[in-house]
Design a protein around this ligand. Structure first.
Ligand code: ANZ
Ligand code: ZN
Length: 854
């Protein structure tokens, strides 16, 4: 076939791959392994351009590494549980499984149409009982290990999704999925104790040099390690009333123990457990309790934001400051978070902006105990151990480092986070047994139960006598019942035959747990299952997991920087501690792809009507042109602007390469394609072509190692330009059947086809089978090698300009000095320069000399 016709080529090559079982992983292979993985899709409907770019990057790498002699595991599957299926089912009166499986079929067909080289025998769908059974088994293992807990606490409830959410699924107070404002509810829920791994999850980020720095930073911030101290304050008894809190200790967490002498009040979170005891029977009781109930509704997120108006009320109680015995008034306020530290704060308005604003509002003293040397008060208070200034009228708190003043024996020390002052005061507290060093993490346990149908059932049973007991392993999986009428409001909890069961311990009638697991539990270990997808004895064999993992290159969206990636790291560490794997981190290298935006830089969305349909583009230009154009749009981690012209251009480029390969292989016969275009360009000799060929292979190889697919394509385009010029310059010799030239042509044809293969596989495989190696397959070709010595240009062509106009082209040594280049250039245009005076010469190495003359 002389003209490239994408649809014909792609159809026939895809049929060939299907028949040949291409990309099937050989478990017995002795080659070194690579595991290339893209985050598996959610089966939401048709594929979109974001899918196309994400999976094309992965496919390109998988194909590249296969060519480099690796046995490559490149699997695909579906993250198939989740709320959209349930909502769609309710809306269209169908079953979530029907909706899900039909969307999977559609996406699968599109992936095949794109020519992605997955091992189709390893498909994992998280809603298949063969998969979720093992998720339940892992749950039971986690439970045995003490990593599962049921507890009552205030949780995030999304009123629209009608389910609780993990902290990670609430951004600035709204649901990650539907953007409804999340409410706080006190509920008993299931948790994974991810906090047991907080320290390791933070420390091991250092073991991930192949991850983008911003993702690691986001994880570190989310885990939020704070080193500080717990400080004990004792509740002062009241005159006249006795309360359960008298003489009891209230502990605060502080990172700034150095500021203890500036503590002018004390604040408890509205949910603080000991609050009732504190005010019980006092005349403040009803006022405080009423306030606390109202304030508890301010979400944790808002409290942490610091910019909302703070409210508080005095409890009437005092606690004793352990460093100076001073009595400090205790307040309740809505800017203290219940589940951070101890839920109690020693307020130091001179050093903390939130305390400062609260002090201003309620007219509490702002005691200056830390000063900068240029502070107007410094002169007076420098070295002053006693409190002589009791309050200041500052504009804001001083949050940076400074020198401690009015701080007893600690006066004069440097104060601040991790400062000498802080160390000395904590030492003092430890000696006095009034405090100790401690570390706090912002990370909370992972709330995994969801009150929704379309998820993995939590394998537990509630028995009146035996309590909450695990479903015995032999009874796994706990199957989701098929017969459920969601549109009539039926849930697992109201589904009788599901919810009613017998206790596996005592045999009494019992109640099955009707919560399902957060779908993020399903996506936290699917990459392990791919190593052993059909195992019906265990989630995966440790041997196979250890063989294939860690994933060498993981590719996905930046939106998973915290959620999925953190949870997966946690699962891997637990599996390691369960003896199931012997590595610490699941993903060695991470590529976060940038979004594909429309040509105006806007997010593509159905509501905006600016969605580009991959299927339509494939029809118009072919899958290969779509793949190459997407790769060519820019660096993978940057945002990309969609431009259909790029597709047309890419198709044109492929057509040209197609003809060039025919020409190079001497198959053009009489009606040759030898290019006539580009008059005025320099000759390209055999020697030049050899150099470009080697230099291109070198460049593309380097580009692939850094995932720079766009520049790789640019280099291949330059190679094609050189081929075109070479064919034209040598058309006569080529027709004369020169043996040496013929060998060169063969080599260059094979090289360009192989270089392009990871990006445009159908196109290349067709050329390969037809022309490069009759009967061969590009899927079995090896990556071309290069000779370093042949990559260097000994001579380069540069343009010689006079006042910016090209007057001549000359060849100069590639490493030519500026002076020599200018001299040679002037020589070449000596006629034009006659009678003129040269004012300036500009030399751009490898490109041009511009002479300015009058
Ligand atoms: C006294 C103090 C003085 C503080 C000062 C800061 C500056 P990070 O670094 O984020 O860990 N804090 C402690 N528990 C809190 C809670 N449950 N809700 C709101 N705030 C809380 O923050 C630690 C600091 O946050 C602690 O140190 C405490 O205020 C406050 F000049 O103690 B600090
Ligand atoms: Zn029982």
């Amino acid at each position: 076939m002389k003209e490239y016709n994408p649809s014909v080529v792609e159809e026939s090559i895809q049929a060939a791959w299907e028949a040949e079982g291409a990309n099937h992983v050989d478990e017995n292979s002795t080659k070194p392994k690579k595991y290339i993985l893209e985050m598996f899709p959610y089966p939401s409907g048709d594929i979109h351009m974001g899918h196309v770019s994400n999976y094309t990057y992965g496919d390109c790498l998988a194909r590249y590494w296969r060519m480099c002699g690796f046995e490559v595991l490149h699997p695909i599957g579906w993250d198939a549980f989740g709320l959209p299926a349930e909502n769609a089912a309710i809306k269209h009166n169908t079953h979530p499984s029907k909706w899900t499986y039909s969307n999977i079929d559609t996406q699968l067909a599109s992936f095949k149409r794109m020519g992605f080289s997955y091992d189709w025998d390893r498909i994992v769908r998280t809603c298949d009982p063969e998969y979720y059974k093992w998720g339940q088994k892992l749950f039971l293992e986690f439970w045995k290990k003490g990593l599962v807990e049921r507890r009552e606490s205030p949780v995030n409830w999304c009123p629209k999704c009608k389910t609780v959410l993990a902290n990670e699924q609430v951004t600035e107070g709204v649901c990650w999925r539907c953007s409804s404002v999340v409410e706080k509810r006190n509920l008993t829920q299931w948790y994974f104790k991810i906090t047991d791994y907080a320290e390791e999850l933070l420390d091991d980020l250092e073991k991930l040099p192949g991850w983008p720095a911003n993702v690691k930073q986001q994880q570190a911030n989310w885990i939020g390690k704070s080193e500080g101290a717990n400080v004990d304050f004792v509740v002062e008894p009241l005159d006249g009333v006795t309360t359960p809190a008298d003489g009891e200790t209230i502990t605060v967490f502080t990172t700034r123990a150095d500021t203890l002498f500036g503590c002018s009040f004390f604040v408890l979170a509205p949910e603080y457990a000991g609050l009732h005891d504190l005010v019980h029977g006092t005349d403040k009781e009803s006022e405080v309790i009423e306030f606390a109930e109202k304030a508890a509704k301010v979400s944790a997120v808002e409290r942490a934001q610091g910019d909302h108006e703070k409210h508080g009320v005095f409890t009437g109680r005092y606690v004793k400051n352990p460093v100076n015995g001073e009595l400090v008034p205790v307040w309740v306020a809505d800017y203290v978070v219940a589940d951070y530290g101890t839920g109690a704060v020693m307020a130091v308005p001179c050093g903390d902006q939130r305390d400062f604003e609260f002090a201003k509002k309620y007219d509490l003293p702002i005691i200056p105990i830390i000063l900068k040397e240029d502070d107007p008060l410094f002169e007076q208070l420098h070295g002053e151990k006693n409190r002589v200034v009791t309050s200041v009228d500052w504009e804001q708190a001083m949050e940076a480092e400074g020198v401690l003043v009015q701080s007893g024996d600690f006066t004069g020390l440097v104060g601040g986070k991790h400062s000498e002052g802080e160390k000395k005061i904590v030492d003092f507290l430890e000696e006095k047994k009034a405090g100790h060093r401690t570390t706090e993490y912002r990370l909370r346990d992972w709330l995994i139960s969801r009150q929704r149908y379309w998820g993995n059932p939590i394998p537990a049973i509630h028995c009146e006598k035996c309590g909450v007991v695990p479903v015995p392993e032999k009874d796994l999986p706990v199957l989701l019942p098929e017969d459920i009428d969601l549109s009539n409001g039926e849930t697992l909890a109201t589904h009788k035959s599901f919810a009613e069961c017998t206790c596996p311990v005592c045999g009494a009638p019992a109640h099955r747990e009707t919560d399902t697991m957060d779908t993020f539990t399903c996506s936290s270990w699917y990459y392990l299952r791919y190593a052993d997808p059909h195992n019906d004895k265990e989630p995966f064999s440790p041997e196979l997991a250890n063989k294939w993992l860690p994933v060498d290159q993981y590719i996905g969206g930046i939106e998973h920087a915290i959620l999925h990636l953190l949870y997966s790291r946690f699962f891997t560490k637990v599996c390691r501690d369960l003896g199931m794997v012997d590595f610490d981190e699941p993903f060695e290298n991470l590529l976060c792809q940038g979004m594909v935006l429309d040509s105006n830089g806007e997010v593509m969305s159905k509501s905006k009507g600016n969605v580009v349909s991959p299927e339509e583009m494939i029809k118009k230009y072919g899958a290969d042109a779509v793949r190459a154009a997407v790769l060519f749009m820019g660096p993978p981690d940057k945002e990309k602007l969609w431009n259909e012209d790029g597709l047309a251009g890419m198709l044109k480029f492929l057509k040209r390469v197609w003809r060039q390969v025919y020409d190079l292989k001497g198959n053009a016969g009489e009606e040759t394609f030898f290019e006539e275009t580009q008059a005025g360009k320099a000759e390209v000799t055999a020697k030049d072509l050899i150099r470009v060929r080697h230099a291109t292979v070198k460049k593309v190889t380097e580009d692939f190692k850094r995932n720079n697919f766009n520049t790789a394509i640019a280099s291949i385009m330059e190679l094609s330009n050189a081929i075109g010029a070479f064919l034209r310059s040598n058309s006569k010799n080529l027709r004369e059947n020169d043996k040496q030239l013929k060998d060169l042509c063969d080599d260059v044809a094979e090289t360009i086809v192989e270089l392009l293969f990871p990006m445009t596989p159908h196109f290349c495989d067709q050329l390969y089978r037809d022309l490069i190696k009759t009967g061969g397959r590009a899927t079995e070709a090896t990556w071309p090698s290069f000779d370093e010595a042949l990559c260097v240009a000994d001579e380069v062509e540069i343009a010689v300009q006079l006042l910016g106009k090209v007057k001549a082209r000359i060849m100069i040594p590639a490493d030519c000095e500026k002076e020599t280049a200018i001299a040679r250039a002037k020589e070449a245009i000596s006629q034009d320069l006659e009678g003129k005076t040269v004012v300036k010469e500009i030399f751009v190495p490898g490109r041009l000399v511009n002479v300015v003359a009058k």
